[in-house]
Design a protein around this ligand. Structure first.
Ligand SMILES: NC(=O)c1ccc[n+]([C@@H]2O[C@H](COP(=O)([O-])OP(=O)(O)OC[C@H]3O[C@@H](n4cnc5c(N)ncnc54)[C@H](OP(=O)(O)O)[C@@H]3O)[C@@H](O)[C@H]2O)c1
Length: 261
């Protein structure tokens, strides 16, 4: 995909920055989105050094005018091959005390923004036979204690993606849902918490690097996969949620009691 144009949201750090660098190394034109230009500039330099073309397109994906402007920057390259809806944020706190405003803000970023960007990208993606990547999580299929609000956004993203994938059959546009487990980024530190501490990490959940996840995502786009579960832990949790829900309820209760101590 050497002449490809790829839009990556949340490209200033973490998984998004890794994705931008990999597509840059493949010679792609990478449109980089995050809220501030200064944080995007070093990633843009990496993309160019790797042999790609970088377009810095700062904006807040929760604002409609910024979303429209982002897609216009991509359209100006003449094509759009991949939209990566990666920007997102965590939230840790008891469901019993989630402030409604926090939940709305989380949905605006993790659900409404990727949906609207996908809608805006449909025409150019249909012309190229391109791919929409939706960055979900293991929390898109399992809601651990203290992660209910975040999981609700990822469950919603999963549902929208499932319907959209079916609706797009025959158009040539693919939808790839990505479910990472824990990834070593700033995600936990930047998540909003209601009581100052993050969630309990399940034992046995291996932590991946952003580069590892990004390499898996690019390979999954290449092979036209509908879903990517990035580790054995995610695959096991995802299967267990469907096959042995009672066991998952017990594990959830144990995690919640550990979190109270
Ligand atoms: N890390 C994990 O353990 C993990 C596990 C499973 C799934 N995920 C998912 O993977 C995705 C990326 O996570 P990450 O770990 O790479 O997180 P991260 O390091 O915190 O990066 C988040 C990115 O989103 C951008 N962003 C946040 N709010 C934005 C807004 N309103 N408008 C535009 N950009 C915005 C940030 O840029 P600015 O702050 O510069 O705007 C940053 O580039 C998220 O969707 C997350 O839910 C992460």
């Amino acid at each position: 995909m050497s002449a490809a144009t790829v839009v990556v949201t949340g490209a200033s750090r973490g998984i998004g920055a890794s994705l931008a660098r990999i597509w840059g190394a493949r010679g792609a034109t990478v449109v980089l989105s995050a809220r501030g230009a200064p944080a995007l500039e070093p990633v843009a330099r990496d993309v160019e050094r790797a042999g790609g073309t970088a377009i810095v397109a700062p904006g807040d994906v929760t604002r409609e005018e910024d979303r429209v402007r982002l897609l216009e920057r991509a359209r100006a390259t003449g094509r759009l091959d991949v939209l990566v809806n990666n920007a997102g944020r965590g939230f840790y706190g008891s469901v019993a005390r989630i402030p409604a405003g926090e939940l709305e803000a989380l949905f605006a970023l993790n659900v409404v923004a990727p949906l609207r960007l996908a809608q805006l990208a449909l025409d150019p993606l249909t012309r190229s036979g391109g791919t929409i990547v939706m960055m979900s999580s293991v929390a898109g299929v399992v809601a651990a204690p203290r992660l209910g609000a975040y999981a609700a956004t990822k469950f919603a993203l999963e549902a929208l993606s499932m319907s959209l994938r079916a609706e797009l059959v025959g158009t040539g546009v693919r939808v790839l849902v990505v479910r990472p487990g824990p990834v070593d980024t700033d995600f936990r530190e930047r998540a909003v918490t209601t009581d100052g501490h993050a969630g309990v990490r399940p034992r046995g959940a291996e932590v991946q690097t952003a580069d590892e996840v990004a390499a898996q995502v690019v390979a999954a786009v290449d092979r036209g996969a509908p879903v990517l579960e990035t580790t054995p832990f995610v695959r096991a949790a995802s299967a267990a949620a469907r096959i042995v829900p009672g066991a998952m309820r017990w594990i959830g209760a144990v995690m919640a009691s550990r979190g109270r101590r």
